[in-house]
Design a protein around this ligand. Structure first.
Ligand code: NAD
Length: 295
């Protein structure tokens, strides 16, 4: 039997997921607070719903692509008030692709499980183009049975699907991954500025780094795609990068894990040090031509 999917949050990532779900026959029921986002989803083949709760009413598997945990809690609470997550109602599986706190994923999963529903934390990597192509990397936290029920939808959205462990494990893995991304942006920038100041162009230095041991996704993909051509339109905002660094540091503090470099990385990403606004594309951090961190 064909699963009906839902999607809530149709921003840079969610709109591509709506397209992918539609292309794969899941007839997604969609909602976003923004009218513009919702009408783009209709163009992409989704059915616009009047509220988040209505998405839960229409679908068995509901994908969330929201900025942060408090938005996730808000839509779950709405669905609960509307009775769609009550004990005895048709079982729902929530796939939360938002980057969020592991603790909150655990709490939501146990609350939903108590009423017979599933919640899988499934943060993603691969950007808006990966969402639109259905080639995301997805890192899952949740019970085996819930992951199995979510799998047809996960397989449409993702190419590398890794079940990391129980609830929260997906977000733990995502936050440590993005802590590295935040660091690589700055270490790569510093390396390229030093090369340029010493007479080797950023292009030439990147060519060497990518053939040698200093490489990362930032040097292999992000710099050639968004920095050197100076388009700075990766679709991931500086505000979301700051959120990820903050959540990683909160996790470190809670576990008593010393992260001296991460502390400095967080400071360098701040508006005061980087000069970047929350709405700026995060790739602007990598501009070797900007006078960042000088003086
Ligand atoms: P975005 O800000 O572009 O989109 C978020 C959307 O959620 C917006 O359209 C907003 O209107 C909507 N929204 C907010 N509250 C809502 C509510 N209560 N009900 C319905 N809609 C609501 O963000 P994004 O870049 O698409 O990122 C989404 C999530 O994915 C974030 O957690 C982010 O950290 C993560 N992520 C983003 C990327 C990327 O490259 N952009 C990559 C990996 C992970």
């Amino acid at each position: 039997e064909q699963i009906r999917a839902g999607i809530i949050g149709l921003g840079a990532m969610g709109i591509g997921m709506a397209q992918t779900l539609s292309r794969n026959g899941f007839e997604p029921a969609a909602f976003d607070l923004s009218e513009t986002a919702l009408s783009r989803a209709t163009d992409a083949g989704a059915a616009a719903m009047p509220s988040a709760a209505d998405v839960f009413g229409a679908a068995q598997v509901i994908v969330l692509s929201l900025p942060a945990a408090h938005h996730v809690k808000a839509v779950i609470a709405e669905a609960e008030s509307a009775g769609h997550l009550a004990q005895g109602s048709a079982p729902r599986i929530v796939i939360d692709t938002s980057t969020s706190e592991a603790e909150i994923s655990r709490a939501l999963a146990s609350r939903l499980a108590a009423a017979g529903h599933g919640f899988v934390d499934a943060p993603v990597s691969g950007g808006p183009s990966g969402a639109a192509a259905g080639t995301l990397a997805m890192m899952l936290g949740g019970e085996e049975a819930h992951v199995a029920r979510a799998m047809p939808v996960l397989e449409a959205l993702g190419q590398k699907i890794i079940h990391v462990g129980p609830s929260g494990a997906g977000n733990v893995a995502k936050l440590v991954n993005n802590m590295l991304v935040a660091s690589h942006m700055i270490t790569t920038l510093e390396a390229l500025k030093l090369a340029e100041a010493s007479g080797v162009s950023a292009e030439a230095a990147l060519g060497v780094i990518n053939a040698a041991t200093g490489r990362s996704a930032i040097s292999e993909i992000h710099y050639p795609t968004w920095v050197l051509p100076r388009s700075f339109d990766s679709g991931f905002s500086t505000g979301l990068m700051r959120k990820d660094v903050r959540l990683a540091l909160e996790m470190a503090a809670a576990k008593g894990c010393a992260m001296p470099l991460a502390d400095l990385v967080a400071e360098l990403w701040s508006e005061g040090r980087s000069g970047l606004a929350d709405d700026d594309d995060f790739m602007l951090m990598g501009d070797p031509g900007a006078a960042r961190f000088e003086g």
